[in-house]
Design a protein. Structure first.
Lengths: 107, 172, 552
């Protein structure tokens, strides 16, 4: 959950993705295998070693026209093949605040 | 890196002297601070316009004794977020009364033109050609300023009072 | 209420044009994010976990109903129907799209609002006491000086790229309701022995990784000199503040490293050379600004009118609300009403568009069209006739705005935390919600009395946990959320930093810990009137630490 400011020394202990925020609306996105961005975690490129992770993050960083602040984030791979965020911060980024949002009482 | 002065891209008539090269005569030079201070007496007697490249982490007070001999002072923005040279510029203009060319060098971008001009700069080594072409437009973005600065523009606080005085004068 | 004139409006309009151009150059790729980021920050546009966040300045916490209605409109049109009032008297919207921002800002500019300098390494929103202009104990309205300084530092060519942010607060009473000593610079209006009014200047306060309380560097500064002195402080900071380490870049570090005396000398040397120049304030300049503050056309009323007396006697619940949420006004027959934005189980400081509109209606009817925002994340109706209090209370109740928990344990101050903020290590809002649910019983709360809980989701301390009576700081340990507890902090004229009571406790135990602390207080206080904070001061943290960690 620590703000992932400097990841040069990051140790890759399991599967990771590269995630960022979309430029025009700030939505959470993940780097996809085709070099684009997807809002679906299931469509993200998953890598399992430090070199691949850094390479993925670097090419992502070059693409600041579409997404900003890319960093390496852990994921969990479940037996069925589905992907889940790997920590609370990523859970919140994907699923939204853990609290109920105020309901706008439209008048 | 285009040089902008008087709202136009111009040729740089100054030559940046390195730390080692011999000091040429009758050429406009910009000398790095350390070298200048070490050879000030010789340099000010030289034939040719003299400029100094001053780092942003040394007090302007150190340069002050020599300002009368300088045609140009170049200040530095290593990153545009590092705003120390704005203070240096204002001190040069307002505290020490420097009237020569004040040049902004380094990470100089369009979105700082308004601030740079107000701080007293009149010569700009602009990082991006596109920004150089947009200089006049960017420089004239704001017709209202809230505080006095080196450019001498009248801040809103005074303009309001002046307007009121004029209005009162008209009404009498 | 400061009324914008043609100059103010033109500057804002030009700012909107500039930002629109910057956004378009960003979206086209002409500007990289590295180049764009400081520019968007200068307009209050952050990137957070889920979306951009827009922080709109509410100068010295004063809002007209026109502005409040516009905020409701922005919430509905550009966000998800609600906004969040912050500990610096600003409002934040958490779901903004960059591409829509120029339009949103143009809308805000129509009512004189903006996000200028609510972020970035410049001078931020200037805050004051939310009762300014109404409080009986102030010597004059500090907002006039806050406005003078606000204009001076807005788009200031020299101070837009400082080592770090710079927060200024202005006060005008002995009781400090603006948390002066936790600011980078604070100015306190007071009278000297000769009966002249001037400023005490304090510098170097700030919370975060290394919290400090501000120190006095000038005991008495004449009003005429306030802008030149502010200039001298900022110039000293801009030149000599550290730029090598983001955690050491605030002025508090510079003041601490140099020592207050040496720092004051440095400032004074600069100040002497500029004090009689263009920044010397002339009386007509001050009068011009002061003249554009509109004050209510008060009626001639008596204190304790019949309507009030009757309601106190006969209407159930009214007196409790009155004693908790209403305070005296400097004009006879009037009162200051605080509205809690801390409903049971709610997010501290959040307000829906519908509530904003309702509040605007009530403020028009009962408070001369004026609302205030406090750093405690509550709102204030500053000028309510006492005879209108019963009617106002009924209407507030009908709209969920008559919470009677002001200054009580469930009146929690909390940052947005990990649910929203990309800097956070842990969540703060659910902690606040659980505590608020545990202590929902009003009699229990009143028995505990005034008790300020402050929660921050990370060391940046936006929840001001260091100065909470109970401070809660979220940290991360091995991927889990833990919370450090401090006791004894104070944000008033006796500002104090709280003391850590022991090892951090896990998320699930925080509310239990607060219950233990509350129970300990009830056992330890020497009489019911002894406030929690005074019990802590009298006994120290040891007995509380024992109680909390006995079973853990």
């Amino acid at each position: 959950m620590t703000s992932p400011l400097d990841q040069k020394k990051i140790k890759i202990a399991g599967p990771v993705v590269v995630t960022a925020n979309r430029v025009d609306d700030g939505a959470v996105v993940y780097r996809s295998p085709d070099g684009g961005w997807t809002t679906e975690l299931g469509g993200a490129a998953i890598v399992i070693d430090a070199d691949s992770a850094h390479a993925l993050a670097e090419t992502a960083a070059d693409d600041d026209l579409h997404a900003i602040g890319p960093y390496i984030a852990p994921v969990k791979l479940l037996p069925g093949g589905s992907v889940r965020p790997g920590n609370l911060r990523e859970l919140i980024r994907r699923g939204g605040p853990t609290i109920e949002l105020p309901t706008p009482l439209e008048s | 890196m285009p040089l902008v002065e008087n709202g136009q891209i111009v040729q740089d008539r100054y030559h940046y002297l390195s730390d080692e090269e011999p000091i040429p005569e009758r050429v406009r030079v910009i000398v790095p601070a350390q070298r200048f201070l070490a050879n000030a007496d010789e340099l000010i007697r030289r034939d040719g316009s003299l400029g100094v490249l001053w780092p942003n982490d040394r007090r302007i007070a150190e340069l002050a004794p020599w300002l009368g001999h300088l045609a140009l002072v170049a200040l530095q923005f290593p990153k545009f977020r590092d705003g120390r040279a704005y203070s240096q510029a204002r001190l040069l203009r307002e505290t020490y009364g420097f009237r020569g060319t004040l040049r902004a060098t380094g990470d100089v971008l369009r979105d700082q033109f308004h601030f740079l001009i107000r701080a007293g700069f009149d010569s700009f080594e602009v990082k991006k050609p596109a920004d150089a072409h947009a200089f006049v437009e960017a420089a004239n973005r704001y017709s209202v300023v809230y505080q006095p600065s080196a450019d001498g523009r009248t801040p809103a606080l005074r303009r309001r009072v002046q307007d009121r005085t004029e209005l009162d004068g008209q009404n009498n | 209420m400061y009324v914008y004139d043609a100059f103010d409006r033109r500057l804002l309009a030009e700012r909107v044009v500039e930002f629109r151009d910057q956004v378009s150059r960003r979206l086209s790729g002409e500007l990289t994010e590295e180049e764009f980021k400081p520019l968007r920050l200068m307009n209050g546009v952050y990137l957070q976990l889920h979306a951009y966040m827009l922080r709109i300045a509410i100068p010295y916490g004063t809002l007209s109903t026109l502005q409040l209605r516009k905020l409701a409109e922005i919430a509905r049109k550009y966000d998800r129907g609600y906004g969040h009032f912050t500990t610096r008297q600003n409002i934040q919207f958490h779901w903004i799209k960059l591409a829509e921002l120029p339009d949103a800002m143009a809308e805000l500019a129509k009512v004189g609002m903006h996000g200028m300098q609510t972020s970035g390494n410049n001078v931020r929103n200037i805050t004051t006491d939310q009762w300014a202009g109404a409080a009986p104990d102030e010597i004059e309205d500090p907002r006039i000086w806050a406005e003078l300084i606000r204009q001076h530092v807005t788009l200031h060519p020299e101070f837009s790229f400082m080592p770090r942010k710079f927060k200024i607060a202005v006060g005008a009473s002995d009781r400090d309701r603006a948390a002066l000593r936790i600011h980078d610079m604070a100015l306190r209006l007071h009278r000297n022995a000769a009966g002249e009014t001037g400023f005490e200047v304090m510098v170097g306060g700030g919370l975060g990784r290394t919290p400090y309380l501000a120190q006095t560097i000038k005991a008495f500064l004449p009003k005429r000199d306030v802008l030149s002195y502010v200039e001298a402080v900022l110039r000293t900071y801009n030149q000599f503040g550290r730029r090598d380490n983001i955690w050491k870049a605030r002025i508090k570090i510079l003041v601490h490293d140099l020592g207050a005396e040496a720092f004051a000398k440095e400032v004074d040397a600069e100040w002497q050379s500029i004090k009689d120049g263009a920044l010397a304030l002339e009386p007509d300049m001050v009068a011009d600004i002061a003249g554009r503050f509109r004050y209510p056309d008060y009626e001639k009323l008596d204190d304790s009118p019949r309507e009030l007396v009757t309601a106190r006697r006969s209407v159930r619940g009214f007196d409790v609300w009155l004693s908790n949420c209403v305070t005296s006004h400097k004009v006879p027959g009037y009162a200051i009403v605080t509205l809690s934005l801390k409903p049971e189980g709610g997010t501290p400081g959040d307000c829906t568009a519908a509530q904003m509109n309702k509040l605007a209606d009530l403020a028009d009817r009962y408070s001369f069209g004026e609302v205030r925002v406090g750093h405690e994340q509550n709102l204030t109706l500053p000028h309510v006739a006492q005879r209108d209090l019963p009617a106002l209370w009924r209407e507030l109740g009908a709209n969920g705005l008559a919470q009677t928990n002001v200054n009580l344990i469930s009146d929690i101050i909390s940052c947005p935390g990990l649910d929203y903020c990309s800097l956070a290590n842990a969540r703060s809002i659910p902690i606040a919600q659980e505590i608020s649910r545990r202590f929902h019983d009003l009699d229990r709360q009143r028995n505990l009395g005034r008790l300020h809980i402050n929660i921050s989701g990370c060391i940046n301390a936006c929840g001001h946990h260091h100065v909470g009576h109970i401070g809660i700081l979220g940290v991360e340990k091995n991927g889990e959320e833990f919370y450090q507890i401090t006791l004894g902090g104070k944000a008033d004229e006796n500002a104090t930093l709280g003391t850590l009571i022991g090892p951090a406790v896990p998320y699930a135990q925080v509310a239990d810990v607060v219950e233990d602390i509350a129970a300990a207080y009830l056992d330890l206080r020497d009489r019911p009137e002894e406030l929690f904070i005074d019990t802590v001061k009298r006994l120290g943290i040891a007995p509380f630490r024992e109680r909390v960690y006995a079973a853990r």
